[in-house]
Design a protein around this ligand. Structure first.
Ligand SMILES: Cc1ncc(COP(=O)(O)O)c(C=O)c1O
Length: 381
């Protein structure tokens, strides 16, 4: 029996999405103690969690199913966003909300319009759905070419969904409200992924989602709210769409502990605000230091990460891309950053960590800048 005859055709030869390895996996690979690892590769929020979150984690009974209607969590989000809870639905992370959006709208051959470089999950989901994936590359400054997107929507047969990540991952840039308005007016489902919006100075578009019939906002508690491990994401959906999402959502998502902890986290607004101030302060401090270094140019970011262009004369023009060389040299010191390759071969993306971690990063960068990427390194801490 050939299993491939039974597996749906679009999954033949499919590779899974490759997320960043855990700190434990990397410690093992590098032969370093776990305590020496500084994980700045997945845009996690590593600022200390709120006391109420730790208390909630300790007080969830593990034996009962979660509320499938997510009542308390949706009430908390309704209060957080100022949006009627009937427009809100939660899932196991923003990733699962994206998956549900594909499930509802995208079948084989349907057009999916994306603006890379951006979050890789959209392209991965499009491949899984056997969609017609249409890339409209961003400009050199990472802004969206709105004219080109409009043309792609016009010219793509059965164009279904457009993804707009604001602020964008991996560069942290924002799309102007004027450009967003043009994109949201297109006759297509427009998914505005606002995973990092709370860390920016930009207005969000949740009220557009509520008032429109084609704009969906994807959000997550993984970033500013600091619950990446709990897997809680949500969408704000127009009234004509949300019913379809309830129809395809896994019955008991998110888990009971996740819902309980998320409600607690959202109740501590003072802690959320303090975390934002701490992340923005570290982001600004890092960018100032990189400017002083002179060989690592930060792309202006409104997120909890900074994409940096490597211009060090010892790293540019080598057989390996400059970004790969710096990424590798930092990794040898236990400092994990993200290297993408392709059009981003000269870049590394650095997530904002705690002040002590950023100090260790800067010390490593100074060392690498002075001595090159080939020296036998010492662990950062
Ligand atoms: C742009 C963007 N959207 C969505 C997500 C999904 O986040 P999560 O699944 O942790 O909620 C991420 C995570 O890194 C992201 O960068």
């Amino acid at each position: 029996m050939n299993v491939n005859d039974f597996v749906v055709p679009q999954l033949h030869g499919m590779r899974g999405y490759i997320p960043t390895p855990t700190a434990g996996q990397m410690a093992q690979k590098l032969g370093l103690p776990l305590s020496a690892m500084i994980k700045l590769d997945a845009n996690e929020n590593v600022m200390p969690p709120s006391r109420v979150v730790l208390d909630a984690m300790a007080s969830t009974p593990p034996n009962l199913y979660p509320d499938p209607d997510q009542n308390l969590l949706r009430d908390a989000l309704s209060n957080y966003l100022g949006v009627d809870r009937k427009h809100i639905l939660c899932a196991n992370g923003g990733d699962e909300i994206l998956h549900l959006i594909f499930r509802i709208f995208v079948g084989p051959g349907d057009g999916v319009i994306d603006c890379p470089p951006t979050f890789g999950v959209y392209a991965h989901e499009a491949a899984q759905a056997h969609a017609n994936y249409v890339a409209v590359p961003r400009r050199a400054d990472f802004s969206i070419d709105v004219d080109a997107v409009e043309a792609a929507v016009r010219n793509t047969p059965r164009a279904k969904v457009l993804f707009v990540t604001n602020p964008n991952n991996p560069d942290g840039s924002v799309t102007s409200p004027a450009d967003l308005s043009r994109l949201m007016a297109l006759p297509i489902m427009v998914v505005v992924d606002e995973a990092y919006i709370e860390l920016s100075s930009q207005p969000n578009v949740v009220q557009h989602a509520v008032a429109s019939d084609n704009v969906i906002v994807v959000r997550t508690l993984s970033k500013l709210v600091g619950l990446a491990g709990m897997r809680v994401g949500y969408g704000v959906f127009p009234a004509n769409i949300v019913g379809f999402v309830w129809g395809v959502k896994p019955y008991f998502a998110p888990s009971a502990p996740s819902q309980h902890v998320a409600v607690a986290a959202l109740s501590d607004r003072a802690h959320i605000d303090a975390t934002k101030r701490a992340i923005v302060a570290e982001r600004n401090r890092l960018c100032e230091t990189l400017d002083e270094l002179g060989w690592l140019t930060p792309v202006p970011s409104e997120t909890n990460f900074v994409l940096c262009k490597v211009t060090h004369p010892g790293m540019v023009g080598q057989p390996k891309p400059a970004g790969a060389l710096l990424h590798g040299a930092l990794e040898q010191r236990g400092i994990l950053t993200r290297f993408f390759g392709g059009v981003l071969g000269d870049y590394v993306r650095i997530s904002i960590g705690r002040p002590d971690q950023m100090d260790a990063l800067v010390a490593a960068l100074k060392d690498i800048g002075a001595h090159g990427t080939n020296l036998t390194p010492q662990p950062a801490i």
